[in-house]
Design a binder for this molecule. Structure first.
Ligand code: SAM
Ligand code: TMP
Ligand code: ZN
Length: 408
């Protein structure tokens, strides 16, 4: 008998609450001749009954996900470009304003945040295991090591550059199952009054908005203030601040510091009480979430089948990693969704993972509008709907499935 998985953070018992079945790697877009060579795993999530950390039940080996073929580019959204410029400027004016200040970013991708620090002449280092995106950052004058961050990397950085005043990670910490090694590394690397600032999708928003496609291979953890606070405490770190962010469908920016080094902002206790009021770790709350997810799937499949029977053309917008969960869980293929458009060159001319919908450039959408556009990139809805106003003017309609299935 195989042992049931234990919490990756505290070794407590995990209670599974949702299962999406067999799923492919969300960011590996096969060429047509590679469809027989896809990697699949079982995507299910559970909550730790001791520390409340929400996590996947099965782990995908990191080199399968993050390598020289990793296609995701952080600069693909204008809103996100502004978001990263803003946080970089905030760091510059607060924590990086002394002469030899040093900042490290984990998962620096194409350099969208670090470029602002590099341009300001601030000592910095990106740690980015995916070579293709790391190379783009170097092309913008950003220093990057092509490596996975973990405890040993922290020691190497310390030897090379000394302590860091700021360590930052956006949409990256939740991608790292070996959180213990990362937090040990952070403890080693941070200057006595340094801060580790990271932002990731917020589990409370996932539950509130039935944003079930935030669950996929790369999103190993779905954090809450409570679970982050508990994890930090295991490593002599402390959650000292939280900030709600509207990006990517709802995130929280957490600030950790050495225990006792900073005053804890009142927002931390406030957010934890909000989470408690939502009942985020209660069985009934999570069972109700799972039931809503199944209802959304049924509604979406029913709608797309009906449109197909009526001879309507449906295309999808944004070949997001998230949409791998939706497409594979709902069984969407090229029979129901003609193509998906995406601005990322490395995804174009390929097929969506597991569901094999052709990925085409944005021009494919503009030159021949479909009747309906399924908004796979729902987290960029405002930006996309504003720039695609012509589609609406031409009689097209958007289909969303978060928080529920609707046409607008
Ligand atoms: N920070 C960017 C943003 O918010 O748009 C990129 C986020 S991207 C979803 C996640 C990034 O984390 C990828 O570029 C991936 O290669 C990187 N990554 C994965 N594991 C990592 C690790 N152990 N250390 C540093 N980066 C890692
Ligand atoms: P994300 O949700 O993980 O940020 O991925 C967004 C995907 O959608 C990425 O592949 C880029 C694509 N995209 C477009 O094709 N057009 C757009 O206007 C935006 C904002 C994103
Ligand atoms: Zn735990």
């Amino acid at each position: 008998m195989s042992e049931s998985p234990r919490c990756r953070v505290c070794d407590g018992p995990l209670r599974e609450f949702i299962d999406f079945g067999r799923q492919p790697l969300s960011n590996r877009f096969p060429r047509p001749h590679q469809v027989d060579d896809e990697y699949f795993f079982t995507l299910s999530a559970g909550i730790c009954e001791s520390c409340t950390m929400v996590q996947l039940m099965q782990e995908v080996p990191r080199d399968r996900m993050f390598n020289e073929e990793y296609p995701y580019l952080s600069s693909g959204s204008e809103v996100m470009r502004e978001h990263f410029t803003e946080i970089a400027q905030r760091f510059l004016s607060t924590r990086l304003n002394r002469g030899d200040a040093f900042a490290v970013e984990l998962g620096s991708n194409d350099g969208v945040m670090l470029k602002t620090l590099a341009d300001a002449g601030v000592r910095h280092l990106g740690i980015e295991p995916s070579e293709s995106v790391a190379e783009r950052a170097r092309g913008r004058g950003v220093q990057v090591w092509t490596e996975f961050f973990e405890e040993a990397t922290a020691e190497a950085i310390l030897d090379a550059e000394g302590h860091a005043d700021v360590v930052y990670a956006a949409n990256t910490l939740c991608h790292i199952p070996y959180l213990h090694s990362v937090l040990e590394g952070i403890k080693t690397l941070l200057a006595p009054s340094g801060v580790f600032v990271f932002e990731d999708p917020y589990f409370a928003d996932v539950v509130r908005h039935t944003a079930f496609d935030q669950i996929y291979d790369e999103h190993y953890y779905l954090f809450t203030a409570r679970s982050v606070q508990a994890a930090a405490a295991l490593y002599g770190l402390e959650l000292v601040d939280v900030e709600r962010l509207p990006v990517h469908g709802g995130e929280v920016r957490y600030t950790l510091a050495h225990a006792g080094a900073h005053t804890v902002a009142p927002g931390v206790a406030e957010l934890i009480s909000e989470e408690d009021a939502l009942g985020l770790s209660r069985r009934e709350t999570l069972d109700a979430f799972a039931a809503k997810v199944a209802a959304v799937r049924d509604d979406l499949v029913r709608l797309l089948t009906r449109l197909n029977e009526q001879g309507k053309r449906v295309a999808a917008y944004g070949a997001t990693a998230k949409s791998a969960t939706v497409a594979n869980y709902c069984g969407l293929g090229p029979d129901l969704v003609e193509f998906v458009c995406d601005t990322t060159e490395a995804k174009q001319g390929r097929l969506t993972p597991g569901s094999h919908i052709p990925v085409r450039p944005a021009e494919a959408f503009h030159t021949d509008f479909p009747d309906y556009a399924l908004l796979f990139a729902w987290n960029h809805a405002e930006e996309i709907m504003a720039k695609e106003q012509e589609f609406r003017d031409a009689g097209g309609a958007w289909i969303r499935y978060v928080p529920d299935v609707n046409i607008l």
